[in-house]
Design a binder for this molecule. Structure first.
Ligand SMILES: *[C@@H]1O[C@H](CO)[C@@H](O)[C@H](O)[C@H]1NC(C)=O
Ligand SMILES: *[C@@H]1O[C@H](CO)[C@@H](O)[C@H](O)[C@H]1NC(C)=O
Ligand SMILES: *[C@@H]1O[C@H](CO)[C@@H](O)[C@H](O)[C@H]1NC(C)=O
Ligand SMILES: *[C@@H]1O[C@H](CO)[C@@H](O)[C@H](O)[C@H]1NC(C)=O
Ligand SMILES: *[C@@H]1O[C@H](CO)[C@@H](O)[C@H](O)[C@H]1NC(C)=O
Ligand SMILES: [Ca+2]
Ligand SMILES: [Ca+2]
Ligand SMILES: [Ca+2]
Length: 679
């Protein structure tokens, strides 16, 4: 009886099904005890599924099967929770069908009971079977494009007449690849033309003729390659030529005919998907001589034509900003070869200016120098790394067609960072005196330099590598031993900047006879290296060469020269002093003193004099600056108008000093510095 029912059970499920064994609750059929549990698991072999068929179920009935339950998992996920008592028919109809594993998957059955039962329950009993998985029927992803055949443990695909199974064993394709090399004319059509073309076609037609010929294609009017509503190709025709790939072509409009390929070797590809019924294409091919085309990019050819015959010579002119042959040519002649190519053929490439050369530790730098583009028409931007300099002209440069960086405002050469001059950062608010002068604050006169040895004197910073002083202060000095001190007010300060001289240039017109002649009392000192400008060390501006002087104009003179302390004249001051004094009249300046040897001092147009009762510069101030406008005025920048040159000994109290008139030497200063810098 059991056997019969088993057979009846098996038949409706599958023609092939193997009973593997039984599964039942502990103590079945006498009844399960409290705290019973069971953990059962089996897996199906590949291409098979596993089923559990319950024939008896009698557990305590509770809501959601909270107390006693059978749970079945298929490959880890819960497929059934069972309890209570079920009729055989109900088991067959609703309970058993979901107790099925995936192909090759596993079933797990967990049973547990709680501490008590109100009455005895027999438990459950079932058997499990393994059966073939019918991929053709039950697996929508079986991948057979035409016929599917199920067998025990697997399946295979097959194809209609005229198709063969591709390497992947699933796709049916047609045999349509042809090598037509050597043929100078012929016909190529999609598979089954003029019938509908095959699905999953992947055809490749190779055409190849002699090198001096090109293939010419003529498509027939009828053209039908599947396309979607957005005109995108679903199936497609492409033509690979030497200059590049043509297509994809699809829809109902054939490619333009005749289609010149400019190639003696081409491949025509046709691909279709697994759906649709379209007619396809047909074409005939033939050959003609190759021509040359204007294919050299970024250039124009003269004469201008769509194509050129063999032997024709033309002129190639690269577009502006492009050059050929490593930048050597912007224009060349070339001749059409029988192979349809140009000889010679230099591509026109975009001009590259490269990064401009600027020193490693230069004040001048590029903004974002790492990601600068340097090609034709690209722009770069400069800036000065220190606020004590300003960029002359425009900061933006463009790479021009000759490969040079040019300023957008048309200035020649690279930009320059020039010193900001005559603008102390420390305000000068109080007036003072040298002879009867006032101490300067640090940074108040940042261009003032001090010479200590071998003779005490002053000098003035005019840029980051040059100072100007009086010739008589340094004449006869060993230039390599001359030291200047800057950025100080205390002559004994140890934190001053020490500046070493590289070269002393005395004005050639200086007579070197200070007893009687201080004409051209001016000299330049070049430093060994550029000084670091800062709040206490800044250059003064040079005036225009025809500035002119106005009587009584108030200027400021500064230095570490003589002072009166405690009614006693001291030869030099420890601290930098300054005083505001007016420019004196010409007649007053001409009224020069006589020397000890009874010679009258010479006044020239290269001098002016300044001073007022009680205020003067003294020896030791020599070489230092007389600047306008005077320091306490808010106006800036300040200009170096005079260099302390000569006067009577301070103790004589003439309160009149003579100064080198700097405006007469602007050209000389500029020429001298330029000559040194271009060396
Ligand atoms: C059942 O047994 C398997 C393997 O023996 C184990 O991984 C799993 O955790 C067990 N399940 C329960 C609920 O005990
Ligand atoms: C079963 O599950 C495991 C882990 O989740 C997975 O790796 C495996 O492929 C699954 N098997 C089947 C047949 O679904
Ligand atoms: C494409 O157009 C045809 C006819 O105009 C229409 O029947 C079809 O639904 C359209 N298909 C899509 C995907 O829009
Ligand atoms: C540089 O020149 C351009 C164009 O003339 C102008 O727009 C820009 O403001 C200038 N920049 C500077 C810093 O002068
Ligand atoms: C590019 O700039 C350089 C330097 O200013 C100039 O000599 C040359 O003529 C410029 N080239 C063009 C094509 O403007
Ligand atoms: Ca119970
Ligand atoms: Ca199968
Ligand atoms: Ca198709």
């Amino acid at each position: 009886m059991l056997r019969l029912s088993l057979l009846l059970l098996l038949l409706p499920y599958s023609t092939y099904s193997v009973l593997l064994g039984w599964v039942e609750s502990p103590g079945y059929p006498m009844g399960y005890s409290p705290y019973a549990s069971m953990n059962w698991s089996r897996c199906a072999p590949r291409g098979h599924t596993l089923s559990i068929r319950l024939i008896h179920l009698d557990l305590e009935e509770t809501q959601n099967c909270e107390n006693d339950a059978v749970k079945v998992f298929s490959n880890g996920s819960l497929v059934a929770v069972l309890c209570g008592k079920k009729e055989y028919k109900e088991l067959q109809k609703t309970v058993n069908p979901p107790l099925l594993s995936s192909p090759g998957g596993c079933l797990t059955l967990l049973f547990h009971s709680d501490y008590s039962n109100t009455k005895r329950h027999t438990g459950f009993r079932g058997f499990y079977t393994v059966q073939d998985f019918d991929e053709c029927q039950d697996d929508p992803n079986n991948e057979c494009t035409q016929f599917c055949h199920n067998f025990i443990g697997g399946y295979h695909c097959s194809c209609r007449h005229g198709y063969y199974l591709a390497k992947n064993k699933h796709t049916c394709t047609v045999s349509c690849t042809e090598d037509l090399s050597g043929l100078k004319k012929g016909v190529i059509s999609s598979p089954s033309w003029p019938g509908t073309y095959a699905e999953n076609a992947n055809c490749q037609y190779t055409l190849s003729v002699e090198e001096h010929l090109q293939l010419e294609l003529h498509f027939s009017e009828t053209f039908d390659v599947e396309q979607n509503n957005d005109s995108q190709c679903i199936d497609e025709l492409t033509i690979e030529t030497h200059p590049g790939t043509l297509g994809p072509f699809c829809g109902n409009k054939p490619p333009p005919s005749p289609l010149l390929t400019h190639s003696h070797h081409i491949q025509i590809r046709f691909m279709s998907d697994g759906f649709g019924s379209n007619k396809g294409f047909s074409l005939h091919f033939k050959t003609r001589g190759k021509v040359c085309r204007p294919v050299i990019s970024n250039s124009i050819m003269t004469p201008q034509k769509p194509d050129y015959h063999r032997g024709q010579t033309v002129k190639v002119t690269c577009n502006v900003g492009y050059v050929a042959n490593s930048g050597l040519l912007t224009q060349y002649e070339t001749t059409c070869q029988s192979s349809g190519t140009w000889g010679p053929s230099y591509p026109c490439e975009i001009v590259d200016c490269g990064l401009p050369l600027i020193g490693d530790n230069s004040i001048l730098q590029l903004v974002d120098s790492a990601d600068q583009k340097t090609k034709y028409n690209d722009q770069i931007q400069f800036y000065c790394t220190s606020k004590y300099y300003k960029l002359e002209g425009n900061d933006t440069y463009t790479c021009n067609a000759s490969g040079e960086w040019v300023s957008v405002d048309g200035k020649e050469g690279m930009p320059k960072c020039t010193e900001v001059c005559g603008m102390p950062e420390v305000d000068s608010s109080s007036s003072g005196r040298i002879l009867g002068g006032k101490n300067a604050a640090l940074g108040e006169i940042p261009w003032q330099l001090l010479i200590k040895e071998p003779k005490r004197g002053g000098a003035t910073l005019i840029n980051d590598q040059w100072a100007v002083t009086a010739a008589h202060v340094i004449t006869g000095f060993e230039e390599s031993t001359l030291k200047l001190f800057g950025g100080l007010v205390d002559g004994m300060s140890s934190s001053a900047s020490v500046i070493y001289s590289e070269k002393i240039i005395i004005h050639p017109g200086y007579a070197n006879n200070e007893e009687i002649n201080f004409n051209n009392d001016i000299a330049l000192i070049k430093f060994k290296s550029r000084v670091n400008l800062g709040p206490n060390l800044l250059p003064i501006c040079l005036p225009e060469s025809n500035r002119g002087l106005v009587e009584n104009e108030q200027g400021t003179v500064s230095g570490w020269g003589a002072t009166i302390e405690n009614k006693r004249l001291k030869q030099s001051s420890r601290f930098l002093q300054y005083v505001h004094i007016p420019v004196m009249s010409l007649s007053s300046c001409r009224d020069t003193p006589t020397t000890s040897s009874n010679k009258k001092m010479i006044f020239t147009d290269n001098m002016f004099c300044a001073g007022e009762t009680g205020k003067d510069s003294c020896p030791g101030d020599s070489g230092g600056p007389f600047v306008l406008p005077m320091l306490s005025s808010d106006e800036g920048p300040h200009y170096l108008i005079g260099i302390v040159s000569w006067g009577l000994p301070c103790k004589d109290r003439s309160y009149k000093g003579w100064y080198t008139k700097v405006e007469n030497y602007i050209d000389w200063i500029q020429r001298t510095i330029e000559a040194e810098e271009t060396q």
